[in-house]
Design a protein around this ligand. Structure first.
Ligand SMILES: C[S@@+](CC[C@H](N)C(=O)[O-])C[C@H]1O[C@@H](n2cnc3c(N)ncnc32)[C@H](O)[C@@H]1O
Length: 218
């Protein structure tokens, strides 16, 4: 998906992926990573997710990146936060308390910027991308995270021919192939969620599962 596609989605308020609470699977599985409280968590393709607020409430520091300025500004405005704004080669950095959200392109972030990230959280990021961009995301961006970095990846699986993405179906075999070179991949949970997703049912999707993986950078 090109940048313009996502900017237009935000412009038109077509943001059905946005949740009005932190991801339940994040709350369930994050403690298993046993991270130090003041760890910095990288949140790629962040949108205006409330997961960032949840991380800050745990004592973590957050580094998010999001293309859409509407998403970034809404995030701070909707939570009564008044960010300081500074520019760098990565884009516009909005900072409030423990949360830093860069309005920019995730693919432009380098190892120097990400060196301090002990953790990564992907909900609706990998699955937002078509196959060639998924390969760039896992093969170019993730290797810039430091050794020992741990995280969660949440994906969807459904018969891809029954619906067009995004969100795309990204099967377990693909996940393992994408990350196998640099990351340990451990499946934590597989859950049938079709009954909770009426929009998928309405589009004729016959099966839908969400899968949670733990990742650890070697
Ligand atoms: C499906 S949404 C998920 C947002 C968030 N993770 C959530 O759970 O609500 C994908 C987001 O990625 C952003 N995005 C897409 N490509 C991007 C890129 N190359 N760099 C930064 N953000 C990007 C889009 O603007 C969109 O907000």
């Amino acid at each position: 998906m090109e940048a313009e596609f996502w900017r237009q989605r935000w412009q038109d308020n077509q943001i059905g992926f946005h949740q009005d609470r932190p991801s339940p699977l994040l709350l369930k599985h994050w403690p298993s990573l046993a991270l130090a409280v003041d760890s910095r968590v990288f949140v790629p393709l962040a949108g205006k997710t409330l997961d960032m607020l949840w991380f800050a409430a745990q004592g973590h520091r957050v580094l998010g990146v999001e293309l859409s300025r509407i998403a970034v500004e809404d995030f701070f405005a909707e939570h009564g936060l008044r960010p300081e704004i500074a520019e760098s080669r990565y884009g516009l950095h909005y900072r409030a308390g423990a949360i830093e959200l860069i309005c920019g392109d995730a693919f432009a972030l380098d190892a120097e910027l990400l060196a301090d990230c002990a953790a990564v959280f992907d909900r609706a990021a990998l699955i937002a991308l078509p196959p060639p961009l998924r390969r760039r995301y896992a093969g170019e961006l993730y290797p810039r995270l430091p050794q020992g970095c741990r995280g969660l990846l949440i994906t969807l699986e459904y018969p891809q021919h029954e619906k067009q993405g995004p969100p795309f179906c990204v099967g377990e075999q693909e996940v393992r192939a994408l990350y196998a070179r640099d990351w340990g991949v451990n499946t934590l949970e597989r859950r049938d969620i079709l009954a909770q997703q009426p929009s998928f049912v309405a589009e004729g999707v016959s099966a839908l599962e969400t899968i949670v993986y733990a990742l650890e950078r070697r």
